[in-house]
Design a protein. Structure first.
Length: 193
């Protein structure tokens, strides 16, 4: 049987966890029922079917939910899948857009699926291995953000912003090296500054 103390010993407040994280303590059904009971008693929160978190609470804000990227990374880790933020999600993570997308999209080599989290939807889109070949996260975000903007729509201000992020990351040479695997127009936008 899973109790709050067991969960607190295994996960930190705000962390995402799954039924499968506790099935070594009993069978799946017993674990599921224990987690349902703890959810009903408001010790833990359910994000979606089989996905939970140990809530952080703030006096003014109440329960602080994990952000979509944190949930997506936890799912990818559990499924041993790779993910890359794409579209408006990549733009937001890089500070090129202040809009928080209602539909957060990640490319993956794992299972394609959609998960509803409050008013937000997290979508995992199956992609070919080439799109996941670059292991450096910042490089992937830059590539996906530029693809989302489009070659002819990229502004000098956006390129300057990306150069600033690259410089501040301390990984300039690694980003430049990895960009050699990006589409040619993306390479030119960043490398031919």
């Amino acid at each position: 049987m899973v109790d709050l103390e067991t969960i607190e010993n295994k996960v930190n407040k705000g962390e995402v966890f799954f039924i499968s994280d506790f099935t070594n303590l009993g069978n799946y059904e017993a674990t599921r029922k224990s987690l349902q009971r703890l959810t009903k008693d408001e010790y833990i929160e359910r994000i979606a079917k089989g996905i939970y978190f140990l809530p952080k609470k703030n006096e003014q804000l109440g329960v602080i939910y994990p952000h979509a990227e944190q949930i997506a990374k936890a799912i990818a880790k559990r499924d041993k899948a790779r993910i890359i933020a794409t579209g408006s999600t990549a733009l937001n993570l890089l500070g090129l857009s202040s809009q928080i997308p209602l539909k957060v999209v990640f490319l993956t080599d794992g299972t394609a699926r959609k998960i509803k989290v409050g008013k937000q939807t997290i979508e995992f889109k199956k992609t070919n291995p080439k799109n996941l070949s670059i292991k450096h996260q910042l490089t992937n975000l830059i590539i996906q953000a530029l693809k989302s903007i489009g070659e002819k729509n990229v502004t000098q201000d956006q390129l300057n912003h990306l150069q600033k992020i690259i410089d501040q990351s301390g990984d300039r040479e690694l980003v430049y090296q990895n960009l050699k695997n990006a589409p040619v127009w993306v390479q030119k936008k960043i490398l031919d500054k």
